[in-house]
Ligand binder design. Structure first.
Ligand code: MEV
Length: 442
């Protein structure tokens, strides 16, 4: 069926939107309305709050919210909140946390917390004139023009750290940038940075018009293309690491500690040199990072984009984690660039986000960076540990078993039966289905 475009969809009431969607796309089948309403919250105030997070909302989309306990991070014992739909992720994190608990836990170091943004502009004037104008006039004016915007942030110890003029004309004719670095303290700072940058764009236009060293033709050539923060923050970065004697690795999979350490290091090295593997390896890291990013109300698209840009920073996509074995010591670490906040955004609004932050002891943004890096490292440790020993399917399919059983509307008794049934067997979709059929027939 050919569908008709809609005018003013956003202005329809919620019921109006649902009616239109169901009539236009779902053959008027009212059972879909029940599906949507099943996910509404009975608490009208909470429901309204959710609807106001985004636009054109007609329901809520829930995610499982789990806890990975026993994370010893810089001497503090934490239980991590994880919002993730994939089975095994929380179990793997918990297992890795437990593994490192009696080996000193995870240690972290904040390497830097600088965030970046740019005013991108085209200016057909001579480079040396632009540089002179920037150094001797514009730079100061940019700081002055943003004083009101930065006042609060400066009170909190943050603000604009530096502004540089970058000549990009070798890559695109007449292209320059105002590249600014920021300290946004406990906020992610997206609004703050973008407000400063938009002011830079305005001030740049005004000051170019006033500048006597430019001809009128040069002045008229200025085009501010855009003002926007960069989600690539290689200088907002945290290191998380674990280490122990090889003798203490105590892997329970039946291979020796030496062989385990060697295979583990090989797996990391493969992800350092082979982009196909690195992509999956880093995806596994982000399983851990994103789950906590979402639970704490941060922007997982930003953390994903940044992590992958960083993984490719040397011209080839690589592993974010690294491993060494030296003098009998196994060391495993991650350098994770990540920009997150614990104030602003959803953090003061979403009740579960508030819960997550309270559970983590109301961390500062830097402490949250550490927790996120640890979550990624732990996830990667658990994945590699399985991959180089038993393989991941054994654990994974056990969790997947419940997804299959739920799809088949299995009763609690049937679920219990299958947990016992697969105690010593590898789960397969086929086996579950045929055994369920047999069980139900009998
Ligand atoms: C699955 O979501 C993640 C893994 O594939 C990660 C990895 O292979 O390292 C298990």
């Amino acid at each position: 069926m050919k569908h008709q475009p809609v005018e003013g969809f956003s202005k329809l009431t919620k019921q109006g939107k649902i009616d239109w969607i169901i009539n236009e796309y779902l053959d008027g089948d009212q059972t879909y309305e029940t599906v949507l309403k099943q996910y509404w919250n009975d608490n009208a105030e909470l429901q309204k709050l959710h609807e106001e997070f985004s636009e054109n909302t007609i329901s809520n989309f829930y995610m499982p919210y789990g806890i990975a306990p026993n994370f010893l991070i810089d001497g503090k014992l934490l239980a991590l909140p994880m919002a993730v739909e994939e089975s095994s992720v929380v179990a793997a994190a918990s297992k890795a946390a437990k593994f490192w608990l009696d080996k000193g836990g995870f240690k972290t170091t904040i390497i830097n917390t600088e965030k970046l943004g740019h005013t991108h502009f085209i200016f057909k004037a001579e480079s040396h004139k632009i540089l002179h104008f920037f150094n001797f006039s514009l730079k100061k004016k940019l700081f002055e023009a943003t004083e009101d915007i930065t006042a609060n942030m400066r009170k909190r110890g943050g603000g604009i750290l530096n502004i540089e003029l970058i000549d990009k004309t070798a890559e695109l004719p007449h292209y320059y940038q105002l590249k600014a670095s920021f300290d946004t303290k406990d906020s992610m700072g997206a609004n703050f940075i973008n407000s400063c940058l938009e002011q830079f764009g305005k001030t740049l236009k005004e000051e170019v018009q006033k500048e006597e060293s430019f001809t009128q033709e040069e002045k008229d050539s200025l085009q501010v293309v855009m003002n926007i923060l960069s989600n690539f923050t290689p200088d907002c970065i945290v290191r998380a690491e674990v280490s122990c004697k090889i003798d203490d690795l105590n892997d329970d999979s039946g291979i020796s500690n030496e062989e385990f350490a060697w295979k583990f290091k090989q797996a990391v090295t493969i992800a350092e040199i082979e982009p196909y593997r690195a992509t999956t390896h880093n995806k596994g890291i982000m399983n851990g990072v994103d789950a906590v990013v979402i639970a704490t109300g941060n922007d997982f698209r930003a953390t994903e984009a940044c992590a992958h840009a960083y993984a490719a920073k040397d011209g080839r996509y690589k592993s974010l984690t690294h491993c060494t074995i030296e003098n009998g010591i196994f060391r495993f670490w991650i350098d994770l660039p990540i920009s997150v906040g614990v104030v602003g955004g959803l953090t003061n609004l979403h009740p579960l986000v508030k819960f997550s932050l309270a559970l983590l002891g109301k961390p500062s943004a830097q402490e949250l960076m550490s927790i996120l890096a640890v979550s990624g490292l732990a996830q990667n440790f658990a994945a590699l540990r399985s991959l180089v020993t038993t393989g991941i399917q054994k654990g994974h399919m056990k969790m997947h078993l419940f997804n299959i059983l739920n799809q088949m509307k299995a009763t609690e008794d049937e679920k219990q039966y299958f947990v016992n049934y697969f105690k010593d067997k590898t789960v397969s979709h086929h086996e579950v289905m045929s055994e369920l059929e047999r069980l139900r027939k009998s």
